[in-house]
Design a binder for this molecule. Structure first.
Ligand code: SAH
Length: 355
């Protein structure tokens, strides 16, 4: 399998050019074609000599992602399904402006990207875990989603959230290599503060990422404000209980400027009580974090339900009365299976890749 150019760092490309006896200025020309002009083929790179284009074709694939399917309309949330070289699928979701979240303003687009095929963490409410874990995505497959979404939509991606399929911190090395491509001046050049990594709570990796010099944002999928509730719905909590998670987040706060986000899916009868809201407010205040409440998005094959609207609003009010900044977002893209893993699950089931 040839390496993908979207996964090749500028330094690795420079080495390849040197070994191929090519002048170094070809490196920036190639990077420009890939990342800025978003060329669809090597032949489109018209300022490169034909011989070099032939060498590139023999040595690299341009993109590791083949576009398979788009759901949604141009002015709303769009979901792209990509086929990988091994027949697996990943998905990315392009979300139009949502001023309340992640510092977005009008005419902005947030892309939700996947970091793994499937997920090994088995959160009880999540579609991704249903099909189990297949493999990590490599850096080119992660960064390539941004490029492909921009090419397919004609939009510039302004914000990136690692909230698609997979647990990004379980694939930290590839994630960091992808982030270098996404933020690099010669590649996608997106500011680190426009990147939010979402984790189910992998404590050692949170500590490691805290030491990373870029000002990346972090969101925690909390979904329960006590060990009792978290243990029930997120097996990861048995390994790293709440007290250890909160300690790691205190550490994060000593090294990072941006506010943490606590993600909290509201699931009827599971985590939507007044006591949970009160405990959540306490954690949020300790961490100076904002809270993002998301009514549960039902998943085929799972019995969980979203609470009624008044229950959701009461939960929000408890947080607000405690002085916590919180948003209650009725999820966009409910009708296009935008909760992580849902589209991939349907496609792989149709292809017979599963079971
Ligand atoms: N593993 C990472 C990122 C992927 S999940 C994490 O746990 O954060 C991205 C977000 O979608 C998480 O907050 C996750 O809990 C949430 N999610 C999963 N299934 C959902 C559903 N059915 N409805 C609403 N949100 C869901």
């Amino acid at each position: 399998m040839l390496p993908a150019l979207t996964g090749t760092s500028p330094a690795a490309l420079a080495t390849w050019l040197r070994d191929a006896g090519q002048p170094s200025f070809r490196g920036s020309q190639i990077l420009d074609w890939v990342w800025k002009k978003k060329a669809g083929s090597f032949d489109a790179m018209t300022n490169l000599p034909a011989a070099l284009r032939a060498m590139l074709t023999a040595s690299f694939r341009l993109s590791p992602l083949a576009h398979s399917h788009t759901q949604g309309a141009a002015d709303t949330t769009r979901k792209f399904l990509f086929r990988l070289h091994d027949g697996r699928y990943v998905e990315s979701v392009l979300i139009p402006a949502n001023p309340a979240l992640y510092g977005e303003t009008a005419d902005r687009h947030t892309l939700c990207v996947s970091s793994q095929v499937g997920c090994a963490y088995g959160c009880k409410f999540c579609a991704s875990g249903l099909a189990g874990f297949a493999r990590n995505l490599d850096a080119g497959e992660i960064a390539g989603q941004v490029l492909a979404a921009e090419r397919l939509s004609g939009e510039r991606v302004d914000n990136l959230v690692f909230m698609g399929m997979g647990e990004p911190l379980a694939n930290l090395d590839n994630l960091l290599a992808a982030i270098a491509l996404i933020t690099g001046p010669a590649t996608l050049q997106l500011g680190a503060r426009h990147l939010t990594i979402s984790t189910a709570g992998l404590v050692p990796q949170i500590r490691r990422l805290a030491e990373h010099p870029q000002q990346i944002r972090l969101a925690i999928s909390l979904h329960g404000a006590s060990d009792e509730v978290r243990d029930k719905i997120m097996p990861v909590n048995r390994k790293w209980p709440l007290a250890e998670l909160l300690d790691a987040l205190d550490h994060w706060n000593t090294l990072k400027k941006q506010k943490l986000t606590l993600e909290y899916i509201l699931i009827a009868g599971i985590n939507d009580s007044h006591e949970q809201a009160t405990a959540l407010a306490r954690h949020a205040r300790r961490l100076h974090a904002k809270v993002n409440l998301i009514p549960y998005n039902t998943v085929d094959g799972l019995e969980w339900q979203r609470p009624g609207e008044s229950q959701c609003r009461a939960f929000l009010q408890t947080l607000e009365h405690a002085g916590v900044t919180a948003t209650l977002r009725f999820e966009k893209g409910h009708d296009i299976d935008a909760a992580c893993g849902q589209l991939r699950l349907k496609q792989e089931t149709a292809d017979g890749t599963l079971g």
